[in-house]
Design a protein. Structure first.
Length: 267
């Protein structure tokens, strides 16, 4: 991963909630000087205030990067106020869900990267998909990759319309995994396990399997097959989950519903 020790100018972070705070910690870990960070946040946490950054400065004259990490419903009010900070050489990185490049370009005359991270960014294990507008240079793209990569892996696409499906798969995906843990725990309790034990078993199984998937060079299908003995207990369960009316069609419906809603929210 690239270092941020040679970053020049000021990085302006607009919004320092969970996602903005996670990104800040990642940047500091990559060597970014706190004095080069200006944070615009009306209700900063004590942890943010203690990081040595420039918090809500009266003026910012050298914003080379603006990272927007506010709630989408606040965008119409907040984003236009950033125009005095941006110019033709400024890189704007937005992690707001549903707010398009067109929306951002209408307010800010800058090179813009729209990105969709997910909540595992809080532990540096997120996955972000980013799309640049036509003004983004190769150097700016590399810088955006480093900034976004501070909280996990980064993938790039050139077609912005793909971000609706990205939102449905990886943006909302952590909730599906948490639901799997809930559902597995309920099934365990229904099979006779004490509810608290079933919950612990489900939690450890889902998190441990995810870590194995992360570390292994094997794909998910191969890892699944490696657990499955012919005619065994796992095969019996997978016969239900992989039936024609099993998990695949249900997941397709779920992702399709989320994709549709993402398009509606984007307008």
């Amino acid at each position: 991963m690239s270092s941020l020790q040679n970053f020049s100018g000021t990085l302006v972070l607009v919004g320092a909630g969970k996602m903005g705070g996670a990104m800040l910690e990642g940047w500091l870990a990559l060597g970014l000087d706190p004095n080069k960070i200006a944070i615009l946040e009306p209700k900063p946490s004590a942890e943010i205030a203690a990081r040595g950054v420039r918090l809500n400065p009266a003026s910012i004259k050298d914003a080379s990067v603006i990272v927007i990490a506010i709630k989408p419903q606040d965008a119409a009010i907040v984003v236009p106020t950033l125009k005095p900070l941006a110019n033709a050489t400024t890189l704007v990185v937005s992690v707001m869900a549903g707010k398009t490049l067109g929306f951002l370009e209408s307010a800010l005359p800058a090179a813009i990267v729209r990105a969709m991270p997910n909540t595992p960014a809080a532990i540096g294990r997120g996955i972000t998909v980013a799309v640049p507008n036509a003004k983004v240079t190769q150097d700016q793209r590399a810088l955006a990759d480093t900034l976004l990569g501070a909280v996990g892996a980064v993938e790039w696409v050139e077609d912005e319309s793909l971000l609706d499906a990205v939102t449905a798969v990886s943006g909302s995906g952590p909730a599906y995994v948490f639901l799997l843990a809930e559902s597995l725990a309920r099934a365990g309790a229904a099979a006779g396990l004490p509810a608290d034990l079933a919950a612990r078993l489900a939690r450890a199984t889902v998190s441990g399997s995810g870590e194995l998937l992360h570390r292994s060079a094997l794909d998910a299908a191969t890892l699944r097959a490696n657990v499955t003995s012919p005619g065994g207990t796992t095969a019996a369960a997978l016969g239900v989950l992989m039936a024609g009316d099993g998990l695949d069609p249900l997941m397709e419906k779920a992702v399709a519903a989320a994709t549709k809603r993402s398009k509606e929210l984007a307008g």
